[in-house]
Design a protein around this ligand. Structure first.
Ligand SMILES: [Fe+2]
Ligand SMILES: [Fe+2]
Length: 183
C-alpha cells in the first residue's frame, strides 16, 4: 500500500474495532447497562471518525485525487455524502443516548454500523487501490506530510490513545478476548 492511503487504512482498523464493539453491544442488548460507555463511543466517533479520519480524507486526499485525475469524479462526491450520512446518524445516536431513548440509540447505531462497514469496505476494496493508481509517489509523500501536520491538532499520541480506547471498551462491554483473533 502506498503513502497516500497507508495511514488512512491503519485508521480504518481502529475504527472497525470500535464499530464491531458497538454492533455487538446493540445486538446483545448491552447498551442500556453500559450507557456511559456508549456515550464515550459516540464521542469517540465524533472526534476520531468524523473530525480526525473523514477530516483528512475530505481536506487532503479527495482534493488531491480530483486535481490528479477525472477518473474518480463521480465517486468522490458519493464518499463525501457517505460522511455526511454518518454524521447525521451520529447526531441521532447522541440524541438517543442523551435522552435515554434506547430504541432510538439502537436503531441509529445499527444503521451507522451497516453504513460505515460498507463505506470502509468500499474504500479499502475499490477506492483506495484506484487512488493509488492515479496519484504519483511524490503526491503521496506530500499528502502524508499534510496528514501528520493535521494530526497535531489532536491529542498527543492520539493513535495510541485511540487503540487503548478501542481495546478498553471491547474488554469492558464484551469481556476480554470477545472476538476471535483479538489479543
Ligand atoms: Fe471515507
Ligand atoms: Fe475512510
Amino acid at each position: 500500500m502506498g503513502l497516500a492511503v497507508t495511514l488512512l487504512s491503519y485508521e480504518h482498523g481502529i475504527l472497525r474495532q470500535v464499530i464491531d464493539v458497538l454492533n455487538a453491544a446493540v445486538e446483545q442488548g448491552k447498551t442500556e447497562g453500559h450507557r456511559s460507555r456508549m456515550t464515550e463511543v459516540v464521542k469517540f466517533l465524533e472526534v476520531y471518525m468524523d473530525q480526525f479520519h473523514h477530516g483528512k480524507e475530505e481536506q487532503f486526499l479527495f482534493p488531491s485525487v480530483i486535481r490528479a485525475s477525472p477518473l474518480l469524479n463521480e465517486e468522490i462526491p458519493r464518499l463525501i455524502r457517505d460522511h455526511q450520512r454518518a454524521r447525521d446518524l451520529l447526531t441521532a445516536m447522541a440524541s438517543g443516548i442523551n435522552s435515554g431513548d434506547v430504541h432510538k440509540f439502537g436503531d441509529a447505531s445499527r444503521m451507522l454500523v451497516e453504513h460505515m462497514t460498507a463505506h470502509i469496505n468500499k474504500e479499502e476494496g475499490e477506492i483506495f487501490p484506484r487512488i493509488e493508481a492515479v496519484l504519483a509517489t511524490e503526491e503521496g509523500r506530500r499528502l502524508n506530510k499534510e496528514y501528520r501536520d493535521f494530526n497535531r491538532h489532536f491529542a498527543p499520541d492520539y493513535y495510541g490513545r485511540s487503540e487503548e480506547f478501542a481495546k478498553r471498551v471491547q474488554d469492558e462491554i464484551l469481556g476480554p478476548r470477545a472476538f476471535k483473533g483479538t489479543a
